[in-house]
Design a protein around this ligand. Structure first.
Ligand SMILES: [Zn+2]
Length: 500
């Protein structure tokens, strides 16, 4: 019998030691991460994200036996959520094989019974360490932490949230926030005592809170966060804070390497989920079944209009529209803002909805972007420049053409672009240039969409997490009023206009 060379034998032993049964290197832990996924369907005109592409990404990395971790906000916040109350996302997450998730504010958009039902249907664990019932018991269907074994390495997971309860829906009254730092300190120390080599915190809070958490709880190696909707990577020594863009704009691919008894190395990549990924056909079918049923539900009659609603492009991108007046009135009413402005390009159907019954579909077709209503403060001076921007292409059709509530605009079409707004009146008196006014708008233009000046530089008073969906606010208003009669009121007067 041929003798095995001792060096070869050593290499074989070393190789067997390094690989576990899945072919994963034994001192490595692989993670797939995402956060703030409220849309199971793809977004941005079908180009980005979607559960079917996410499934394709996960399939590609399956050989690495990854932990799949989600950092909160799934149940509410999209048009489909109004119908399914998050059941559609739980189903998709179950199919994707999500392992752990932290509670985000949108988990509490509906009644507490809905929230608990979703937690119970989840084939993964919701970590919700510091959002507790009033008697400090955990919410049914949630845990505070987990200790798992990945190929002989003990991994501690904790899930903590920021203090965002004020911004959430009706079930918020059933729960209370407990300080997330002291909670995380206690849980991290417990997990270390139980032998955890790595501590991962799943969080749903603002970046500044994550940074403070990392400082105060040095046991944490990695924070996988949510609540901020953009991609964020922040290294503090060996520790990392990581957030992936919302709605599967991308997925985080993270590898932890235990390269010394007490050292955890971290490498992370952000993989865009774009058209280069072929959607997984099975998951595409699941998503389609949810969207089709939702589409059928849109035929429900919600009220009546006594006036035809004009959303023609030649109207909404050039002049006052009764539908624009109505929508901005709702924006202002639900936020108590002084003023509301939306962009004509945000009103989509390009038709005249006849007087008579209104369906959910009538409104959804006009406001299909799942935009949220937000508020911010602007000075009277800034307001002039914001409105000027909306008039700069006049009389051409322009997506940024404004529809307004709370103000009247007198403009002069014969003047050059940038000098067309003569007066902006609030309660029949000119706005005061130095005064601050609260402005309700949609998150699209608040983030700089359609190029309005100043807006993207302003801190949001009511942010995307707290503000209602525009479609939902408008349909709720119609349901409450039963009959609406929006009219042209002379809110936008354009002198010297050639436009009929
Ligand atoms: Zn959130």
């Amino acid at each position: 019998m041929k003798k095995t060379n001792p060096i070869t034998l050593l290499l074989i032993i070393h190789f067997v030691f390094l690989l576990n049964c899945n072919g994963r290197v034994a001192n490595e832990i692989h993670i797939l991460h995402f956060n703030d996924v409220v849309n199971i369907e793809s977004t941005q005109g079908g180009k980005i994200g979607g559960a079917a592409r996410a499934a394709a990404v996960i399939k590609q990395y399956k050989g690495k036996d990854p932990l799949i971790l989600f950092s909160g906000d799934a149940f509410g916040g999209a048009a489909l959520s109004n119908y399914y109350k998050g059941a559609q996302v739980v189903d998709v997450f179950n199919r994707l094989g999500v392992d752990y998730a932290v509670c985000g504010n949108h988990e509490f958009d509906f009644e507490m019974t809905d929230t608990v039902a979703r937690f119970k249907k989840s084939q993964f664990t919701w970590l919700c360490a510091n959002m507790l019932l009033h008697d400090l018991r955990p919410i049914e269907g949630t845990s505070q932490s987990a200790l798992i074994d990945r190929g002989g390495i003990k991994v501690g997971l904790i899930g903590v949230a920021g203090d965002w309860l004020e911004s959430v829906g009706s079930s918020s009254k059933k729960i209370r926030y407990v300080d997330h730092i002291s909670t995380a300190q206690r849980l991290a120390q417990d997990l270390k005592t139980q032998g955890a080599k790595v501590i991962i915190a799943l969080t749903h809070m603002r970046l500044a809170d994550d940074e403070m958490l990392l400082k105060k709880v040095p046991e944490i190696n990695l924070i996988l966060g949510g609540h901020d909707h953009e991609f964020i990577e922040k290294k503090l020594g060996d520790q990392l804070i990581w957030k992936t863009g919302m709605n599967w704009q991308s997925m985080g691919i993270i590898t932890l390497t235990i390269d010394a008894p007490n050292h955890v190395g971290i490498t992370a990549r952000n993989i865009p989920i774009d058209e280069t990924w072929t959607p997984d056909p099975t998951m595409a079918g699941v998503v389609a079944s949810y969207t089709q049923k939702f589409d059928q539900s849109l035929s429900t009659i919600i009220g009546t209009t006594t006036e035809p609603l004009d959303t023609l492009r030649t109207t909404v991108r050039r002049k006052e529209s009764n539908f624009g007046n109505y929508v901005t009135d709702v924006f202002r009413k639900v936020t108590n803002a002084d003023i509301s402005i939306i962009n004509g390009g945000g009103i989509r159907s390009g038709i005249v909805i006849p007087k008579g019954p209104l369906t959910l579909k009538d409104i959804y077709d006009e406001l299909p972007f799942d935009n949220r209503i937000v508020t911010l403060a602007v000075t009277g001076e800034e307001l002039y420049q914001i409105i000027e921007h909306g008039f700069k292409m006049y009389p051409e059709q322009y997506g940024a053409f404004p529809h307004v509530s709370g103000i009247r605009i007198i403009a002069n079409a014969t003047k050059p672009a940038g000098q067309r707004v003569e007066t902006i009146l609030i309660n029949n008196t000119p706005v005061i240039k130095e005064k601050q006014y609260t402005l309700a708008t949609n998150n699209f233009i608040a983030k700089g969409g359609d190029g309005y000046p100043f807006l993207s530089t302003k801190p949001l008073i009511l942010d995307e997490n707290a503000g209602p969906l525009d479609f939902k606010a408008v349909t709720d208003d119609i349901i409450a009023k039963k009959v609406i009669s929006p009219k042209i009121e002379g809110r936008i007067v354009i002198k010297g206009s050639q436009v009929e």
